[in-house]
Design a protein around this ligand. Structure first.
Ligand code: ADP
Ligand code: LRH
Length: 479
């Protein structure tokens, strides 16, 4: 039968990867072609994306795929929300795009929130106000550097920027733009109230395209350089979370929540329309665009970032442990004695995470985890508890009972975390796929090519991936 080969470029904070998918009409076989570090650049107290290095790695991945697999039909790029770069009037990238963990927004936050109070932001845009949002970043940039108004032609969200560098076509894909805090929750177009109130020129925000739009082809000079054919370039569900959720192998959709478990943990549910109620705001939920027409109601929880930074800190001190080893250490410990709030701002920037966790425990009158295993156990149990709380809140906000939870993303390789989540939430967990964003990215490309009716996506994922079910053993609900 016919086989279609596609490439997903997924840029996560833990790594970037280029994944080849081969679709045969009923399942998708995936193969990791290239994995590379995605290390932000630290310069003079600021944090930036390393665009040239990432572009080089993406090109390397495309080259390897073409060498090993011959004709590739299409490719797409997804990455995390909120970040963007500026193009000048000649279409050149202006400066290095900032990373959202940069701290420049702090200085302008009060001014912004005077002009546009958080609750009003939420009502207008459906996005939970957060200093990392594009809105806060843009406002800070324009305050800091008013000349940008003249120098910049428009912004491109990061996946759109990489698609542009590969194809020469600039577009603003809907799902990634829906993380910005700039769009009207009703129309999905840039909110003139938001832009007007903050003095952000409307011209900076490009016109939207739907997720799953073929925007062009790999530039001829890149085809020559990489030894590839004119691969189609597709604006997919470019927000990694939109792609991850597009890969969920739902058996039923009623009463089902998801947790996308990577650097962040996104706990949510798909709804027909944005949920803009006071409770949704109060509990810290946000509304983002799904592939297709739906809404994603979810909460951003500082996720395995806590473990990534812990691991990095220990590695720098000379003890290099894999994620598997860290999980084993935690598994050998008894129940956690101390808990943290993962979303406490002290944990949001790069740094000595075990030190910060110890300090947090000390200052909240809890026992400081004494061993590495106890430290990891505190992280994992705190995450599981915050997932359980978010599920409870989701039920309250939507009035729907959550019976099952799909967990996807790299974090589900941590079996202890999956079991702790089942225990803390008292819900059945269905774990898989691991490379959810890449798989969703591939499926949306297929749909864009007219090769897949997306209502079959869940069935294809179920046929392609190993799913693991975790049932509550120690029911910790209500503790
Ligand atoms: P992102 O896309 O944000 O970079 P991923 O979805 O790739 O993140 O998830 C990365 C996380 O997956 C890591 O922080 C780590 O906690 C977890 N992880 C990766 N590999 C393993 C493993 N072999 N065992 C347990 N956990 C793992
Ligand atoms: C997850 C994610 C999440 C948020 C954050 C910035 O990778 O995209 O949905 O937007 O990163």
């Amino acid at each position: 039968g016919k086989r279609i080969k596609l490439l997903a470029v997924d840029l996560g904070a833990s790594s970037g990867r280029v994944i080849l998918g081969t679709y045969n009409g009923s399942s998708m076989v995936t193969e990791e072609v290239h994995r590379f570090a995605n290390t932000p650049v630290q310069d003079s107290g600021h944090l930036y994306w390393n665009v040239p290095a990432l572009l080089q790695e993406i090109k390397q991945g495309i080259k390897l795929a073409c060498q090993a697999h011959g004709e590739i039909t299409s490719l797409s790029v997804d990455t995390w929300g909120v970040d963007y770069g500026y193009l000048d009037h000649a279409g050149k990238l202006l400066d290095s795009p900032y990373h959202y963990r940069d701290q420049r927004m702090g200085k302008y936050r009060n001014r912004l929130e005077e002009l546009l109070p958080p609750e009003e932001q939420f009502r207008l845009t459906g996005n939970q106000p957060d200093p990392i949002n594009t809105l806060y970043q843009l406002f800070a940039d324009l305050q800091e550097n008013p000349l940008l108004q003249e120098r910049a032609d428009h912004i491109l969200m990061m996946p759109d920027l990489f698609l542009y560098l590969l194809s020469g076509t600039a577009s603003a894909e809907k799902t990634i733009l829906s993380t910005s805090g700039l769009l009207d929750a009703g129309t999905g177009d840039p909110s003139s109230v938001v832009l007007g109130r903050l003095g952000i020129p409307a011209g900076l925000i490009p016109l939207r395209v739907e997720a799953g739009t073929a925007i062009g082809r790999l530039l001829p000079e890149l085809c020559a350089e990489l030894g590839c054919g004119p691969i189609r370039v597709i604006a997919g569900a470019s927000h990694d979370t939109a792609s991850a959720v597009a890969s969920i192998p739902y058996m039923e959709k009623e009463g089902v929540a998801f947790i996308s478990c990577g650097t962040w943990s996104l706990v949510g549910m798909e709804t027909k329309a944005p949920v803009l109620t006071p409770a949704s705001y109060k509990y810290g939920f946000t509304n983002e665009g799904c592939y297709g027409s739906g809404n994603r109601l979810l909460k951003n929880i500082t996720g395995l970032w806590l473990l990534q930074e812990t691991r990095r800190t220990w590695a720098e001190a000379g003890e290099v442990l894999s994620f598997g080893e860290l999980s084993t250490l935690a598994g050998n410990e008894g129940a956690a004695q101390s808990f943290i709030q993962p979303n406490d701002p002290v944990f949001s920037t790069p740094g000595d995470m075990p030190g910060r966790i110890a300090e947090y425990c000390r200052s909240t009158g809890q026992r400081v985890p004494e061993t590495k295993g106890a430290m990891v156990r505190t992280i994992l149990e705190s995450l599981a508890q915050s997932y359980a709380a978010a599920i409870q809140e989701l039920e309250e906000i939507t009035g729907e009972k959550v019976r099952k939870v799909h967990m996807v993303g790299g974090g589900i390789q941590n079996k202890l975390l999956c079991q702790l989540t089942a225990d803390a939430s008292g819900r059945e967990i269905i774990a898989g796929p691991v490379e959810a964003s890449a798989l969703g990215n591939l499926l949306v490309q297929l749909a864009a090519l007219g090769e897949l009716d997306f209502s079959r996506a869940a069935e294809i994922v179920a046929a392609s991936e190993t799913l693991t079910v975790y049932r509550p053993i120690n029911d910790n609900r209500g503790e």
